[in-house]
Design a protein around this ligand. Structure first.
Ligand SMILES: Cc1cc2nc3c(=O)[nH]c(=O)nc-3n(C[C@H](O)[C@H](O)[C@H](O)COP(=O)(O)OP(=O)(O)OC[C@H]3O[C@@H](n4cnc5c(N)ncnc54)[C@H](O)[C@@H]3O)c2cc1C
Length: 486
């Protein structure tokens, strides 16, 4: 690093300390290392990390960044699986760790106002005593933040019946790239006009930084029934899922795990899954007592058609917790089977489950890499996890190629590139599988309506190679010119 670059960084650090306070700016090498990665396999080092306490401080940070053309990446808990929080182009990482307060709970109108760094599960724990909960429940909910959930439009096991993050966010305060602070959606203003709230959800931190969120709260169900169904093969389990959904039933959750996942989860948490099974389904029903019991009878009858090895209902909340602990802990538990796993996130129409899982199995056999299958099966969201060892030469390249192939299979089967983890760095080069040059140019115009300097989480979502998206974005900026804002 040259002397002038060093002095520029020192000036930047000093300016940031003036904004957020000396203790909340990190530029030590050891600190930067911790922020180099998220849950994906990409890496990138920021120049500096700031931990602001308010939208006003974030606004000042963005104005400073814009004045010096420095990229900015917002960061929640860093559990993202597509590289969204990685500072691939260096610059400033804005951590939401200090903005973690639940500001208001309105149990009559059933909403809460929270800061973006609130951990997902903490909200439901906080409002639970009032008979309320926040529905989107990513399996990472003990760690991930509501801000990160908004950026990725996160889903979770119970999103089958209740919808994903966008269905539960009423409105939000955001800081735009020029530092202005505004509100999108309901609560502070009426949600009329263009749905800027909806556009921001799932935009992966590329359009605005979310600083306050109004979320919908649901009333806790009167009755919950969790059922474990074990099958000899994953094909039988998939057919049972298709049967349940085809009969017009929408349980709160239908999760599927194959034999690799069962083995890993059992080894790690002893959830009580039958180890000899080829696949298990975890089905949850909730609602009024009579309705749940009636639905259970129907679902059990459908499953019996596919010859389950076992159907077991959790007797009490402890047993239910145990069954779910296996599912929610399975990704970490895959570490028992291999040093690394690469989790792919794609969706397919539910009727294609059997066919697509067969193709993934063939891919695993051909390549020699085991693939553990974990699915939000009810909504056709696949998470094949390719087991590998990053220390072995060639493994990373090979598993990335297998991941691409799985996504191609998903798209060709009528699905999409991501069910919930976003595009980020991970899938940007697969975007042309789904979108034409024209599509990408149109999407670029949206980004440009928010900022033309491309400083908010740059280099994400749009393809970087000689593909169409990067060219489209450059053309779109040239057409609009810098400095255009909504
Ligand atoms: C074990 C495990 C299980 C998982 N299970 C699920 C699951 O079931 N469903 C699911 O959807 N995902 C799941 N994920 C992925 C991940 O947890 C989600 O994508 C989550 O929403 C990320 O939240 P985060 O706080 O960790 O965000 P980060 O990883 O820190 O950031 C993710 C993105 O959000 C942006 N961002 C963060 N905060 C803000 C903000 N305030 N304003 C604007 N942009 C912001 C970042 O720039 C980045 O682009 C799982 C991950 C792991 C490791």
């Amino acid at each position: 690093m040259s002397q002038s670059e060093l002095s520029e960084i020192n000036d930047l650090v000093a300016d940031l300390k003036n904004i957020v306070g000396g203790g909340y700016v990190l530029d030590d090498k050891a600190d930067l290392l911790v922020y180099e990665y998220d849950g994906s396999i990409d890496r990138g080092s920021p120049v500096v990390i700031v931990l602001p306490a308010s939208a006003t401080e974030i606004s000042s940070v963005l104005k400073l960044a814009r004045a010096h053309s420095i990229p900015v990446v917002a960061r929640g808990a860093g559990t993202g699986l597509s590289g969204g929080a990685i500072a691939e182009q260096g610059g400033i990482v804005i951590s939401m760790a200090r903005m973690n307060k639940i500001l208001e709970v309105n149990s009559d109108d059933r909403y809460a106002i929270v800061e973006p760094g609130v951990v997902n599960l903490d909200l439901s724990t906080h409002v639970g005593p009032q008979g309320l909960y926040y529905a989107p429940d990513p399996s990472s909910q003990r760690a991930c933040t509501i801000g990160g959930n908004i950026a990725e439009n996160a889903g979770g096991p119970h999103c089958l019946a209740y919808g994903v993050t966008t269905n539960h966010v009423l409105g939000m305060e955001v800081v735009l790239a020029d530092g202005s602070v505004t509100w999108f959606g309901e609560n502070e203003r009426d949600g009329v006009g263009y749905d800027l709230r909806g556009i921001t959800i799932g935009s992966e931190g590329t359009l605005a930084i979310v600083t306050k969120i109004s979320v919908r709260l649901l009333r806790s169900p009167e009755h919950v029934k969790t059922i474990l169904m074990a099958f000899e093969t994953i094909e039988d389990a998939s057919a049972a899922v298709t049967g349940i959904i085809g009969a017009g039933m929408v349980p709160a959750a239908i999760e599927m795990m194959d034999h690799f996942c069962i083995k890993a989860a059992e080894g790690a948490v002893g959830a009580g899954y039958p180890e000899g099974a080829g696949a298990v389904l975890l089905v949850e029903l909730d609602g009024l007592f009579e309705a749940v019991e009636e639905e259970y009878e129907e679902i059990e009858a459908i499953c019996r058609e596919f010859g389950p090895l076992e159907v077991r209902v959790a007797d009490d909340s402890l047993e239910r917790e145990k069954l779910w602990s296996g599912r929610k802990g399975v990704l970490g538990a895959l570490g028992r089977l291999a040093p690394n796993y690469y989790l792919v996130d794609g969706t397919i129409p539910r009727t294609k489950l059997v066919d697509v899982l067969r193709q993934i199995n063939e891919l695993s056999e051909r390549s020699g890499y085991p693939i553990a299958n974990l699915l939000h099966a009810g909504d056709g969201n696949l998470h094949p996890s390719i087991l590998f060892d990053e220390r072995k030469p060639g493994d990373v390249e090979n598993i990335l190629a297998i991941g691409s192939e799985i996504l191609r299979i998903c798209v060709e089967s009528g699905g999409v590139l991501s069910g919930e983890h976003g595009i980020g760095l991970e899938k940007q080069d697969q975007m042309p599988l789904m979108f034409s040059d024209e599509d990408m140019a149109t999407m670029s115009l949206l980004k440009i309506a928010f900022e033309t300097e491309d400083l908010l989480n740059p280099g994400k979502v749009f393809p970087t190679g000689a593909g169409c998206g990067d060219i489209s974005q450059a053309r779109a900026i040239a057409r609009v010119g810098p400095g255009a804002y909504i």
